[in-house]
Design a protein around this ligand. Structure first.
Ligand code: ADP
Ligand code: GLC
Length: 439
């Protein structure tokens, strides 16, 4: 089985959010199970310099109406994979059995493959249905599509070009990144205008939970954190907490729980509701740390909260993976009040670092965090409302003050296994279905 995996972002070369983590860690997990899988992405400015890559193809001509673009295909190896980079001409003769395309930037691939009688079968993964790649119909010529053609009917939705809709119509198999989100997006409330199309494809629509790479996200060997620790020996976590409080200029106080959020600051993540809840939640009392970038109004809101409560709130408005690691390790409680969440990786990473999540019951958050006795891994609230969020934080803080209970909870979180071992096999089954090798 040969698979060409296409993503606009791949960690560690270029990352905006969780898609990059997935594109950097799922293909190696699939390769371990046998398939030959190659990942292709655009060469963004943050990608490795040319000299770190081999030239797989010195000159590739890509036609678009009125002009031909000449580009180069460079090749490098994902860290952690031991498959050698392939020689240039072999790369060209890869002859994939299946193309696995991810999110709207790759949405035209299933459409064009389905229009070509020799087209390859495609699997399309929806990581976030809200970002659809919508463009004015007048842009059709720019992607070489005749407005009167069959292709136009495949890519048009609601009077616009819509890459996500095209992929949902044309991919042989569709999946999203948790079972709950796979169900949610078939209803109007989460369907972002595409629920009708998704219901039509319900028989070919699957939910496969994301995993994380525990070699990359582990307090046992994280070089960025003040002290390493494990479920068996948690002592290093207290050191990480002091170091974090010191680094961020908060009072160094082991007796206050540190609550954190690491997130894109966008509507999806519900952090506006957290900002509403914070003044009340500070009475618990807690310290709160935010790391994120996004909507300027929300960035300003968190800056203003930090200025108003300098002893209790730190707002770090930037993208910084090292600090993200020190926050995962140094905080006690991780909060994620998402309006919707296809999967969410940050709650999984937080759990790996023994930082107990407080989440809203939606999408992958509902599939990965439980507040039930005996299997509790966090605190869950349903209604996206500042008082429900503050109440869930209150339950978490009360539990934190009960040290034996909290240690049990931390250890249970750290022992959860969200490695790719389960899900990589499920993707291979989808590739086989797409290729017609299995029903
Ligand atoms: P999404 O893809 O919707 O942004 P995920 O939870 O799937 O959400 O993944 C987010 C990823 O981005 C995680 O690896 C998280 O650690 C990282 N991240 C988000 N914001 C920042 C930031 N400001 N600095 C560093 N890492 C960040
Ligand atoms: C998206 C989603 C997030 C998911 C990530 C990787 O960005 O917002 O929930 O974890 O993709 O699939």
């Amino acid at each position: 089985m040969k698979v060409l995996f296409v993503s606009n972002e791949v960690a560690p070369f270029a990352k905006v959010g969780g898609l990059a983590d997935v594109a950097g860690s799922l293909p190696p997990a699939i390769a371990e199970r046998g398939p030959d899988i190659r990942v292709i992405m655009p060469q963004h400015r943050s990608c490795p310099a040319d000299e770190e890559c081999e030239i797989a193809l010195p000159s590739l001509s890509v036609q678009s109406p009125g002009q031909a673009h000449v580009c180069q295909v460079l090749e490098t190896r994902l860290p952690g994979t031991d498959r050698a980079a392939i020689a240039a001409n072999r790369a060209l003769r890869f002859n994939a059995d299946v193309i696995h395309a991810n999110d709207w930037p790759t949405g035209l691939i299933p459409a064009f493959q389905s229009l070509n009688p020799l087209g390859l079968p495609t699997v399309f993964t929806i990581h976030n249905l809200a970002y659809q790649g919508r463009f004015d119909l007048s842009r059709a010529a720019a992607i070489d599509i005749d407005p009167a053609s069959k292709a136009m009917r495949l890519i048009e939705h609601g009077g616009q070009i819509n890459y996500m809709a095209a992929a949902i119509r044309c991919a042989r198999i569709i999946n999203t990144v948790s079972q709950r989100y796979a169900r949610e997006i078939q209803a109007t409330a989460f369907g972002e205008g595409l629920d009708g199309l998704l219901r039509e494809r319900a028989d070919d629509l699957y939910g496969i939970l994301n995993g994380i790479d525990y070699d990359h996200w582990s307090p046992v060997n994280d070089a960025e954190i003040a002290a390493t620790y494990s479920a068996g020996d948690l002592s290093g976590k207290a050191k990480c907490k002091c170091a974090l409080q010191r680094e961020l200029g908060l009072p160094v106080n082991p007796d206050l729980p540190v609550v954190s959020a690491i997130s894109r600051l966008v509507y999806q993540k519900g952090l506006d509701v957290l900002a509403d809840a914070l003044p009340k939640a500070l009475g618990l009392p807690i310290q709160f740390v935010l790391l994120g970038t996004g909507a300027p109004a929300l960035e300003d809101r968190f800056r203003a909260l930090a200025a108003r409560y300098p002893e209790a709130i730190s707002a770090q408005i930037r993208y910084d993976e090292g600090l993200a690691r020190r926050i995962y390790a140094g905080s006690d409680i991780f909060v994620m009040p998402s309006r919707y969440e296809p999967c969410g990786l940050t709650q999984l990473i937080a759990m790996a670092y023994g930082t107990v999540p407080v989440v809203r019951a939606t999408g992958g958050l509902a599939d990965t965090v439980s507040e039930h006795d005996g299997e509790q891994t966090g605190f869950v609230f349903t209604c996206l409302d500042p008082s429900d969020l503050a109440a869930a934080l209150g339950r978490a803080v009360r539990a934190w003050h009960d040290s034996p209970r909290w240690r049990t909870l931390m250890r249970r979180c750290m022992r959860q296994d969200y490695s790719w071992s389960r899900s990589a096999g499920a993707y291979i089954e989808l590739y086989e279905k797409a290729a017609g090798i299995r029903d």
